[in-house]
Design a protein around this ligand. Structure first.
Ligand code: NAD
Ligand code: ZN
Length: 342
């Protein structure tokens, strides 16, 4: 089968030819229809320090996908051949305290599809059936292909009650933009999103952010005055991983504000802890998505009218994968899809 793999310990991703993987008794074999390129795949492509320490070579990359069940392990119940599925990319151990309590997203022994084990950028993928999620008929392949990052956005955004609240999102990457759309959809008042990339801020505006702010040319304090915000933001969603953005967020939060942190900073970040202490802020770290509450919420949000279609800005056939990675790396895109059947 065709696959996109990390074949050499240097920048790049290569088209490879692998045998169709074997399934175990608790697994599904999924024939991939579409995949999406994640920021993580870009890190692996660029072979940065994190990738050099984490990624086994050779390895098939990718973890955002939709496909169809074509083989079912003998111990698996609840799936039928032809089921359309996406899947949770965090494979959990099932025996640690959190797993046994049903808090699988807090498993301390997680391994990642396309990070620590063979990934989804291939004609076929094997995952434990536990990780597969059936996609209802009225949800498109395109939407299902981005359930993984959509799930990051939903898990982060729905960490706190947003109804009637003023929300600050730092970072208008695909996840920040989807979080803005979710916050608006569930009833937040002002949803202000920051970035330094006008292409992405325009996309955030199109998808429902009430005010977009390019922090290279505009001051968040002026924007708050313009919106008549006399106190501060109630909720912060940190989705850039940029230290200055997080510090600015701490400074603009109201007392009692709540922050969910998804963005991964490149190194230690110094913050003014007095902001946290004297304002009585709550800070919650976010990793992945809840299994499988977030997945149910994603379906419900789409079925209740949330329109995420503008976030998919580019699609390429798999033989044009290099263009896909180039587009994703340009900063002038939302989500980029690769079609395995084209
Ligand atoms: P992304 O890199 O596409 O988005 C980050 C955005 O931040 C970019 O658009 C960038 O221009 C912007 N930015 C740069 N400087 C800024 C500044 N000073 N102020 C505001 N924004 C600024 O990433 P993404 O795919 O949307 O993911 C968002 C973040 O979440 C990344 O840090 C990613 O590594 C992280 N992530 C975490 C998890 C998790 O489980 N915790 C999962 C997926 C992604
Ligand atoms: Zn576990």
């Amino acid at each position: 089968m065709k696959s996109l793999a990390k074949l050499h310990r240097e920048p790049g991703i290569w088209m490879a030819d692998n045998p169709v993987p074997e399934i175990g008794p608790n697994d599904l074999l999924i024939k991939i229809r579409k995949t999406a390129i994640c920021g993580t795949d870009m890190h692996i492509f660029n072979w940065d320090e994190w990738s050099q320490q984490t990624i086994p070579v050779p390895m098939i990359v990718g973890h955002e996908y939709v496909g169809e069940v074509v083989k079912i392990g003998q111990e698996v119940a609840g799936f039928t051949l032809g089921d359309r599925v996406s899947g949770e990319g965090h494979i959990t151990c099932g025996h640690c305290r959190n797993c046994r309590a049903g808090r699988r997203h807090l498993c301390r022994n997680t391994t990642g599809v396309g990070v620590n084990r063979q990934g989804a950028f291939a004609e076929y993928l094997v995952i434990p059936a536990f990780n597969a999620f059936k996609i209802p008929a009225n949800i498109s392949d395109d939407m299902a292909a981005i359930f993984d990052p959509f799930g990051n956005a939903v898990h982060t955004a729905l960490s706190f009650d947003l109804v009637g609240e003023d929300v600050l999102i730092t970072g208008a990457g695909p996840i920040g933009i989807m979080a803005a759309a979710v916050a608006k959809h569930v009833g937040a008042r002002h949803v202000v999103i920051t970035d330094i990339n006008d292409y992405r801020l325009d996309l955030a505006k199109k998808m429902g952010a009430s005010r977009v702010v390019n922090v290279a040319s505009e001051n968040l304090k002026d924007v708050m005055n313009e919106l008549g915000m006399t106190e501060g933001f109630d909720i912060g969603l940190e989705m850039s991983g940029v230290p200055s953005a997080f510090r600015d967020m701490l400074d603009k939060m109201n007392h009692g504000g709540k922050i969910a942190m998804l963005g991964i900073p490149p190194q230690d970040v110094a913050v003014d802890w007095n902001q946290v202490i004297f304002k009585g802020l709550t800070i919650k770290g976010i990793y992945g998505r809840e299994m499988f509450e977030t997945w149910y919420k994603m379906v419900s949000l789409l079925q209740s009218g949330l329109d995420l279609s503008p976030i998919i800005t580019h699609q390429f056939g798999i033989d044009d994968f290099a263009k896909g990675f180039e587009t994703m790396g340009s900063g002038r895109s939302g989500k980029v899809l690769l079609n395995w059947q084209a």
